[in-house]
Design a protein around this ligand. Structure first.
Ligand SMILES: [Zn+2]
Length: 203
């Protein structure tokens, strides 16, 4: 079973600590405030063995210099990403690469559009459903801005690449934008019952 701990960062960013249940080795996702993550790991006796960066924007990748300083051994604690604009990135991943770290199986899903080097990470553990970290590609009730790509690319990212994951996959997004996204969705499709129901859940 993959265990995911959610750690809030900056204004509305999410960082994540990922591990197999009952394992003390962890991967961290987008550790923009690495000290916050380290403090939790020290307190919980967890050992960080790698970082997964979704894309090069500062609010996701801006913590890599401090992360590298805290974990200078790039062999033991590599930084993974899909873009050479991520400082200190050790391994640049292409689409559909699989590797193991912290006893977890990680698969890179290249999802260019928000940025051209954006990667989502599908992570599966020894058993139980897999999880996916979608960065600024997919949010709850929305998707990321098309800074370096086209609507066609985003359509493929959402409706082909991410949609091909098993239905049981748990989704962990890059920002808490739910309420704003739902209000926008309501303005575009006022009669959409799913949007209405989800908005009610927040009240
Ligand atoms: Zn971004």
């Amino acid at each position: 079973m993959v265990h995911v701990q959610v750690v809030r960062a900056l204004e509305d960013n999410f960082m994540y600590i990922v591990r197999n249940e009952n394992d003390d080795k962890v991967l961290v996702v987008d550790p923009v405030e690495p000290e916050k993550i380290q403090n939790i790991c020290v307190k919980d006796n967890l050992t960080i063995v790698g970082a997964l960066i979704t894309h090069h924007h500062w609010d996701h990748a801006g913590g890599t210099p401090a992360f590298r300083k805290a974990f200078p051994d790039s062999q033991q604690v590599p930084i993974f990403g899909g873009d050479d604009r991520i400082e200190h990135v050790d391994k640049i991943l292409k689409h559909d690469e699989e590797f193991e770290q912290a006893g977890l199986k990680i698969r890179s899903l290249s999802t260019p559009c928000h940025t051209r080097g954006h990667v989502c990470y599908h992570v599966s553990g020894k058993n139980g459903p897999g999880v996916v970290f979608t960065g600024d590609t997919l949010f709850i009730a929305g998707c990321g801005k098309f800074f370096e790509g086209s609507a066609d690319q985003m359509h493929r990212n959402l409706n082909e690449i991410l949609a091909s994951l098993p239905d049981s996959t748990l989704v962990y997004v890059g920002h808490e934008y739910t309420a704003t996204n739902l209000k926008f969705a309501e303005s575009v499709e006022p009669g959409n019952q799913k949007v209405i129901d989800k908005l009610k859940m927040g009240n």
